[in-house]
Design a protein. Sequence first.
Length: 237
Amino acid sequence: MDVPISSYTINLILQYISPPSQLINPIPSNLLSHSLQQRHILLDISPDQPTTYLSWPSLGRDRAIQHLESLQMPLNELVPDFLVGYTVDPEHAYAHVHVKPTGEDGLRLVFEWDGQDSWKYHDSNVMPFPPGTHPSLTDAIAAATMSTPESSGENRDKSEHDDDDSDDNDYWNSYGTEDKGMQFPPPTSKGESDASEDAYWAQYASVQGTADSTIPSPVHKTARKLQSVSGRASRFP
């Protein structure tokens, strides 16, 4: 199984969400993360509210929607212009996709692993990648596995998002609270990266975090909950 996110998955969701001003019908549920679907249902969010429909509350979500609106080129031309990073904790895995034509501080799409066989759209935000992001899924899982638990599991991981929407239920400002856990096949070694990629990722190498958290999160009993990844460790689509 090809666990790392594919360019096809990224381009497919862009066909639905860009430009957001033309989003009329709901995105097919099989393309959305479970927690995002529940947010839509419980808060009665419809596609005619693209900012709240496509993004969780954060300081950068309005800019993210503007970036989505500005993607004028045929979207299939974006295929080589994605930079992907991963964050993993014992219960969730996220793929962060920088849509490079939108600039250094541009659009960042977030996909959540569904715990079975695919990545689901979860959020639109802006760069940079959150702390603890790794260039391959194998590296992200290894980092989570080697982390020392700091609690017995009382603290659950929350998102980085600052709630700037007073109408949103605080419970739904967090990522993946309904997720039932992650399982991956055993890892294989990743290929060597070129010098420019190593320099790009050096800034993230020293910090551990999850999803979009700006504060490093404790990792729960990773040896028991998180199995290794098999398949290729694709660094970039």
